[in-house]
Design a protein around this ligand. Structure first.
Ligand code: WT7
Length: 665
């Protein structure tokens, strides 16, 4: 682990403070700071009583739990573990016989603008029917099922149907490659893949099923018995006889009743792969009870959800945000939500604003990278400026995935929220399951660029390498000192890596290390996240390991001898991937370099996915190393940023390469 201080620039002095607007605080569940503080105090003084009450009030248990938290095998914490429930029943069946039954659950807008709506009652019927189809193909409780689908109602149905029968899903983002898919199938030991023939994005039809075929063909995927294919488009696709089955075929003759399978609270609801600091992605395992409680609770706390709200989280179901705030949280809370298949820039960069107007969205939750790219678009083309649409339905805005810079925050506040909507800058991670540090719309005075304060029950702190608390104003490592219900349970197949990655021995082995640097403001104690302290990059809110990209590059054995990857700041994507490459044939000429750089980008896209493509590639005779052979990564980061080199380069084995690496392709 590197020192956090490198990421902590001068502590930003942000003096603007925005108290909650009366519209947001009047009638809010947590109205005012005193109410927030009272909840925090209750959670701190009597955590058992607090979580017991929350879990009983917010969830339907088929078998009530008698133990709240079991710490006997820390850090493998267990929550509500002798209780039984079903996640799908808590999202769907629970609403039957209430006013939510006939309410719209999902407003689906396709890439081409076509809209389909489905009520809770009908969604339940379709989930139950698909759950029966899964069972008919032999899928059982405890089996792992890969979901590789676009943003569609069927994508949500696939996840919910797995949950209904107690199968553990592992959703793989539709932008990931055949190789990434193969690795996940093997690691999870999956028995089936649920996919679509194609996906529609920005007017283009992109293959999914063909990539599944390629992934399985790479070998080692003998565990896969069935591939379910949703025919999203009319285009032909190649069928593998005896293995592939269309949704229509699988659903034929299946009834719309399927009793939800009760599972233990600790039963793995899903595994979601995310990047860490080694080349191998980690299968983050989440529970059923604690996870779902948090999904429901944060809908109520962070978004202060009301019955008439129209909620829209723009994240893909392939990421944790799309799990907690598309597939589970909004349904558990009985919300009407928008699910969008397309991209924010098609047919033009006014798409989000147009959709907010059209569907009267009241809670809008998106990523800073999207905001920054839409600011750019609006500034260069009046026609896509948000002022062209009626955004008066908006009540609350949210931000997620990366730090939001104060300029983007102010633009969002003025141009989208019209200075009336609180912005909840929600800090969390795949591992935390849901929000952990975030403002509350009816309580917290906002400071641009700060995720403000931890939710009740979240013992967030900033510490040094030994776990010692640091005073406000001092940058350090973000930790969470007490377990919380939706925390990661383990890394699938790798409990040792779980302990090593998140619960460092030097800190006592029971404190959760987030992997981010952070600093608290001197006046309010507000948290500000300063970025990852490990070898993880955040590109457009997507998490990528530098080692993963390095491994992909050196896997191109005909060309690449050695590679190092670092991040550099980028105006739109937050961070950009920069690769330093040594070729086997020696340093290329200028013309060759351009062509090889493109070849390497295409290669990385194929190995991992297009999101991992290096933006800059630099070639040298070798990489800057110390005499003991260590790659000087800090120096590479300076070169990538185009900064003047201030580091001591006297130990460099070959000083001439500094000039070679000056040119990016
Ligand atoms: C990393 C987690 C949170 C779900 C989507 C990403 C960064 C996330 C914020 C925020 C500053 C943030 C952190 C974190 N991050 N939200 N509001 N402010 N940084 O989940 O892919 O697991 O990535 O995203 O660096 O560690 P993820």
């Amino acid at each position: 682990m590197s020192s956090p201080s490198k990421n902590i620039e001068s502590v930003l002095v942000e003096s603007r403070v925005f108290p909650p607007d009366a519209r947001a605080s009047t009638g809010a569940r947590i109205a005012g700071m005193a109410a927030y503080e009272a909840l925090c105090k209750e959670a701190e003084q009597d955590p058992d009583g607090f979580w017991t009450r929350q879990a009983r009030d917010n969830m339907v248990w088929t078998k009530p739990f008698t133990r709240t938290l079991d710490e006997s095998n820390a850090p493998f914490y267990k929550w509500f573990d002798d209780g039984e429930l079903n996640a799908s029943a808590n999202c769907l069946d629970k609403h039957i016989g209430t006013p939510v039954e006939h309410k719209t659950a999902i407003i689906f807008e396709a890439d081409d603008g076509a809209v389909t709506e489905i009520t809770y009652k009908d969604l339940l019927a379709r989930v139950a029917q698909f759950a029966n189809a899964l069972k008919a193909q032999g899928i059982q409780k405890g089996d792992r099922v890969i979901v590789y689908m676009p943003m569609t109602i069927e994508g949500v149905i696939a996840m919910q149907a797995c949950a209904r029968i107690g199968a553990t899903h592992s959703v793989v983002f539709g932008g990931f490659s055949a190789k990434a898919l193969q690795e996940r199938i093997i690691d999870a030991g999956a028995v089936a893949v649920i996919t679509s023939n194609f996906q529609m994005r920005g007017g283009k039809e992109l293959p999914l099923k063909a990539i599944v075929d390629d992934g399985i063909a790479l070998g080692g995927c003998e565990s896969i018995k069935t591939v379910f294919v949703h025919e999203r488009t009319l285009s032909d696709w190649k069928r593998v006889e005896g293995r592939d089955i269309t949704f229509a075929e699988a659903l034929e003759g299946q009834g719309i009743d399927c009793p939800p399978e009760p599972v233990g609270a600790e039963h793995p609801l899903f595994i979601l792969y995310t990047s860490g600091s080694t080349g191998k992605p980690k299968g983050v395992q989440h529970s059923t009870g604690g996870y779902l409680l948090w999904a429901k609770l944060t809908m109520d706390w962070t978004f202060d959800l009301r019955p008439e709200d129209v909620f829209w989280c723009t994240a893909d179901i392939g990421w944790i945000t799309g799990h907690t705030y598309v597939a589970y949280g909004p349904l558990a809370a009985g919300a009407t939500q928008v699910v969008f298949e397309g991209i924010p820039t098609f047919p033009n960069a006014g798409r989000f604003w147009q959709m907010i107007e059209k569907h009267k969205v009241s809670i809008f939750y998106t990523a800073p990278t999207a905001i920054r790219s839409l600011i750019k678009a609006a500034e260069s083309d009046e026609k896509v400026h948000p002022k062209n649409w009626d955004l008066s339905s908006l009540r609350i805005l949210g931000s997620v995935g990366e730090p939001i810079n104060p300029e983007a925050w102010m633009w969002y506040h003025r141009n989208i929220g019209h200075e009336k909507c609180p912005i909840v800058d929600t800090f969390w991670q795949t591992e935390t399951g849901g929000h952990v540090i975030t403002p509350l719309p009816g309580a917290t005075p906002l400071v641009p660029g700060s995720c403000t304060l931890p939710l009740p029950g979240i013992a967030a702190a900033i510490v040094d390498e030994t776990g010692k608390d640091l005073p406000n104003g001092a940058g350090g490592m973000l930790v969470i000192k007490r377990p919380w219900p939706s925390m990661i349970r383990t890394i699938w197949n790798d409990p040792e890596r779980f302990k090593k990655s998140y619960f460092p021995e030097e800190m006592g082995g029971t404190i959760y290390l987030a992997g981010d640097g952070a600093v608290r403001s001197a006046d309010r104690g507000y948290f500000r996240i300063t970025g990852r302290i490990d070898d993880v990059l955040n590109v457009s809110g997507h998490r990528l390991g530098t080692m993963e990209i390095e491994s992909a590059l050196v896997a191109k054995t005909d060309l690449v001898a050695e590679a190092a990857v670092v991040g550099r700041p980028d105006d739109v994507s937050g961070e950009a991937v920069c690769a330093f490459v040594v070729l086997k044939r020696g340093r290329p000429t200028d013309a060759e370099a351009r062509q090889i750089a493109n070849e390497l980008r295409a290669w990385v896209a194929k190995e991992i996915g297009p999101i991992a493509k290096p933006k800059d590639i630099r070639f040298g005779d070798n990489l800057p190393k110390t005499r003991s052979g260590k790659i000087m990564r800090r120096l590479l980061r300076s070169i990538a940023k185009g900064e003047a080199i201030t580091q001591d380069t006297s130990t460099l084995e070959n000083p001439a390469i500094l000039e070679q690496l000056g040119q990016a392709y």
